[in-house]
Design a protein around this ligand. Structure first.
Ligand SMILES: [Zn+2]
Length: 300
């Protein structure tokens, strides 16, 4: 059977870089200022969190970016991102410079290992960015290349279908443990969740539990769908339930036509991914937020 070759680390770095916003790319290009003002310091921290989010999307597929195994780096990247979000959003929000200072002292103590791993990641991304910049410049040398055609805008449903098809082709983890993954597409972006028991934002838990009468034996926070929503909330930097609800429901809706799909590993000796219907807990909060579940042809 044909198996796609494993991606090269440079491809993985490219996948991270192409997903970055202009501000995040600028953050990688320019060394951080020694004495920024509050606004600049905050922007820097937000860019760092954004770069980590993008990297985590790749690491989640077990695609290494540094010398560390993907899972180890993901663990450290999550720790740093959690710390940054703790200092820059929600009730713990500090003025930019103070947040930057706090992050620095954390990086010297408790967060030392995580921060070193993230520094190595940054180095890899900066090196690749410079390589790409140089290649682009060289390509433009004799004559200016014509401007590329504008990208075709794809709808959320279309993106979801493509992501699902790709995910179903991947190998499912073997064993007997229940493994569920979910893909949420909102605003053209993809957010992936797993039922791996990792910590949720308090805000995500509040949003979900306030919209769910528990109907299943497991708690409402366990589900892959909830973890996908958690990434979305992380990415938007929301700090209140009202903001999350407004994003999906209040006109003009910021994230219209959002879609989610779930899959779990099924089979006896060899397991593969099977599209499934969200559980009865999830069906409630998804409906309350107006997120459509793709259940066509799904197993229950
Ligand atoms: Zn569920």
């Amino acid at each position: 059977m044909y198996q796609a070759p494993a991606p090269k680390p440079s491809d993985t770095a490219d996948a991270v870089l192409t997903g970055l916003t202009a501000a995040e790319t600028a953050y990688l290009r320019e060394p951080p200022e020694q004495t920024p003002d509050d606004a600049r310091a905050l922007a820097e921290l937000q860019a760092l969190a954004g770069v980590l989010s993008r990297s985590l999307t790749q690491l989640e597929y077990e695609r290494p970016l540094t010398e560390l195994p993907a899972a180890t780096l993901a663990h450290h990247a999550k720790a740093v991102r959690r710390k940054v979000l703790e200092l820059t959003t929600g009730s713990g929000q500090l003025p930019g410079r103070e947040a930057r200072k706090k992050l620095f002292s954390w990086s010297q103590g408790e967060g030392q290992e995580a921060f070193a791993a993230v520094a190595a990641l940054r180095k890899v991304l900066v090196a690749r960015l410079k390589e790409n910049d140089a290649a682009r410049l060289a390509a433009q040398q004799p004559a200016q290349r014509p401007a590329p055609a504008p990208p075709v805008q794809r709808g959320n449903g279309e993106i979801l279908a493509a992501e699902l098809a790709k995910a179903l082709r991947e190998n499912a983890p073997q064993g007997t443990e229940t493994v569920v993954r979910a893909i949420l597409v909102a605003g053209g972006e993809v957010y992936r969740g797993r039922n791996d028991g990792s910590a949720l934002l308090d805000l995500t838990y509040a949003v979900v539990s306030h919209r769910t009468d528990r109907l299943e034996t497991w708690t409402v926070g366990n589900c892959a769908e909830v973890h996908a929503l958690d990434w979305f909330i992380h990415a938007q930097g929301f700090s209140t339930e009202a903001e999350v609800v407004a994003a999906f429901l209040n006109p003009p809706v910021a994230f219209p036509d959002s879609w989610i799909v779930a899959m779990d590993a099924r089979g006896r000796d060899v397991r593969s991914w099977v599209k499934r219907t969200p559980c009865e807990n999830c069906q409630q909060w998804l409906k309350a937020l107006g997120i459509k579940a793709d259940t066509k042809g799904a197993a229950s």
